[in-house]
Design a protein around this ligand. Structure first.
Ligand SMILES: [Zn+2]
Length: 225
């Protein structure tokens, strides 16, 4: 119900939609005791680019899955977190993805001739990757490891800390280091025609993971030497 009296209701309703007009009457008139007006950002009081972006994109995002929190909170180097995030979002430019986007004609694997170079194929099932996993996984973990789909596979392995390995490293750190190095050797082979000996790749995975584990547990020593 709109108040009557001296308000020029017909004029307001001429200008604004009828549903909007009642809002004008719900706004309290200023009072001399009120604080002075200030400019502020309506959502966060203090403007920030991140809050603006969040508001602009709010309708395009589904509710955040705890999965993403897990990725960004992992005790692994930031570049590995980013790599896992890209992998989960199907952003790795495998041949399957390149063919899907029309960048290349063939989804086949350049390394082994497999029909579909998917994320799982590159990172787990292609022979160079498989050789690394076979050498570090305990036999009891292999069946499950090689049977999961890509999301389950990544989520499970970044969640495990305690899969036993003879290197005494947290499993999620060793796993992340391996998938990163496997992706790098795939790119060396595809884009520079450089092949790597699997044992050298494995030692690189271990050295990356070990250095980072030392940095986490002995940061001061690492920084000073
Ligand atoms: Zn392959």
């Amino acid at each position: 119900m709109l108040p009557s009296g001296h308000w020029d209701i017909p004029l307001l309703t001429d200008i604004f939609p009828a549903s909007v007009v009642p809002h004008f009457f719900s706004i309290r008139c200023p009072h001399p005791d009120d604080d002075a007006d200030i400019c502020c950002w309506r959502w966060d009081r203090q403007f920030s680019v991140s809050s603006a972006y969040e508001k602009l994109m709010a309708n395009r995002w589904s509710a955040p899955h705890p999965f993403w929190k897990k990725v960004w909170s992992l005790a692994i180097p930031q570049r590995l977190r980013l790599f896992i995030w890209l992998t989960l979002n199907q952003k790795l430019m495998t041949n399957v993805e390149r063919a899907r986007r029309g960048i290349s004609e063939s989804p086949c694997c350049d390394l082994c001739g497999g029909l579909s170079e998917s994320v799982l194929h590159v990172l787990r099932d292609c022979p160079p990757a498989r050789a690394i996993w076979d050498s570090i996984l305990p036999p009891s973990a292999k069946t499950r490891f090689f049977s999961l789909d890509v999301s389950e596979w990544l989520l499970e392995n970044i969640s495990y800390v305690s899969i036993s390995n003879s290197y005494n490293l947290a499993w999620n750190l060793l796993f992340s280091s391996c998938i990163w190095q496997i992706w790098k050797i795939r790119n060396d082979r595809v884009f520079a025609n450089i092949s790597h000996d699997p044992s050298i790749v494995l030692s690189r995975c271990l050295s990356w993971a070990t250095n980072y584990a030392n940095f986490i547990f002995h940061p001061v020593l690492t920084l000073h030497h």
